[in-house]
Design a protein around this ligand. Structure first.
Ligand SMILES: *Cc1c(COP(=O)(O)O)cnc(C)c1O
Length: 347
């Protein structure tokens, strides 16, 4: 995107905002033997009696190494959900600006649009679950600040074609967010490598899926230094707690294990997809680039209820656009997947 100027997209009140300056922002150089009586903390050690690092320097360094970007291109959030909310608050003026989302997709975009009083213009995916470029560009105007692309997409499980995403990055005149929550399960490349090329690009990832840390809430936002520094100004000062920073750091030192787990999930996914195709109530198993399968059955409401009765909870997506009679199954362990197949065969 040429002639990109972040100031043309930011809300007026955000453009010149002065962030809250916390004690740990003002004095960061924590060395042993110094007395810290600047933050009204309890001096007795509980391992978490001190405020956490507001800039998560150690954790960002690990992530920067792992992902091959600079720390300056990273912002961390209390889950991707916080990151997404910060994007709304930075760019979308309530009761004036709009976003575009492409249903069927992740439900949080529209929830966050509602909370922030921002209109969500919905441009349905094509029947092949790919974005309709023409309709998206036609629907956009000066007030359309952000386009949300979820790839691989939840709940359809497919990735969007790279040439379509690239065209949108070139032609959409606002911020393009690519939600890569499932990128570690995908055969497609992450858009992280293209960050320098597109000043309007924000990539979000999370430790909730492939990294097995949904419980600690850690979302990652990658973007230009200009965008990151704005989001940094509006984030809550201590948004990533100490336990989360410690646990994430520890887990990132076990990349071998994480890669093995992902590879097991991928082979289980293929196995599960094959077995599902032989079940009579199953009509379609859609191709998946994620850790779940979207499956069209004969009667989703009925099968959902039957599965719950047998102790298996799946996600019923039948009310979503293009997902009539579709259930979403997360790929589990081998034992869990076999159980699912066994129970489906009994129905
Ligand atoms: C699961 C998921 C996330 C993860 O959200 P967190 O708040 O980081 O747990 C983000 N985007 C999509 C599309 C998801 O399905």
């Amino acid at each position: 995107m040429k002639n990109f100027n972040i100031n043309n997209l930011l809300r007026d009140n955000i453009r010149n905002i002065k962030p809250y300056s916390s004690a740990r922002d003002e004095y960061k150089d924590i060395t042993d033997g110094m007395l810290f009586i600047d933050a009204n903390e309890n001096p007795f050690n509980t391992n978490v009696n001190r405020y956490p690092d507001p800039q998560q320097v150690k954790l960002k360094r690990q992530l920067a190494d792992l992902k091959g970007v600079s720390e300056k291109n990273i912002l961390l959030g209390n889950g991707s959900d916080e990151v997404l909310d910060l994007i709304f608050r930075a760019f979308c003026e309530p009761n004036r600006d709009k976003i575009i989302t492409l249903p069927p997709t992740y439900g949080m975009y529209s929830v966050l649009a509602n909370i922030n009083a921002v209109e969500n213009v919905e441009i349905q995916l094509q029947s092949d679950f790919q974005p309709n470029i023409e309709s998206i560009l036609e629907a956009a105007n000066k007030q359309t600040k952000v386009l949300f692309l979820c790839s691989p997409n939840n709940p359809t499980a497919n990735s969007f074609e790279a040439n379509r995403i690239e065209e949108l990055l070139h032609k959409f005149k606002g911020i393009v967010v690519i939600d890569e929550a499932y990128i570690d399960f995908s055969k497609e490349e992450s858009w992280l490598k293209r960050l320098q090329e597109f000043p309007n690009l924000i990539v979000t990832q999370t430790l909730s899926k492939a990294y097995g840390l949904a419980g600690i809430r850690l979302g990652i936002c990658f973007a230009s230094e200009a965008i990151i520094s704005v989001l940094n100004k509006i984030k809550p000062p201590y948004n990533i707690n100490q336990l989360t920073q410690d646990k994430a750091s520890e887990r990132l030192n076990t990349m071998e294990t994480i890669k093995e787990e992902v590879s097991t999930i991928l082979s289980e996914r293929e196995l599960l997809a094959e077995k599902l195709k032989d079940i009579s109530l199953v009509e379609t198993v859609y191709l998946s680039d994620a850790n779940f399968l979207l499956v069209k059955v004969d009667d989703a409401n009925k099968r959902y209820a039957e599965l719950v009765k047998k102790g298996i909870v799946v996600r019923n997506r039948t009310t979503q656009a293009l997902c009539e009679n579709c259930l979403r199954f997360t790929v589990g362990t081998q034992v869990e997947n076999e159980k699912l197949i066994e129970v489906l065969n009994q129905l």
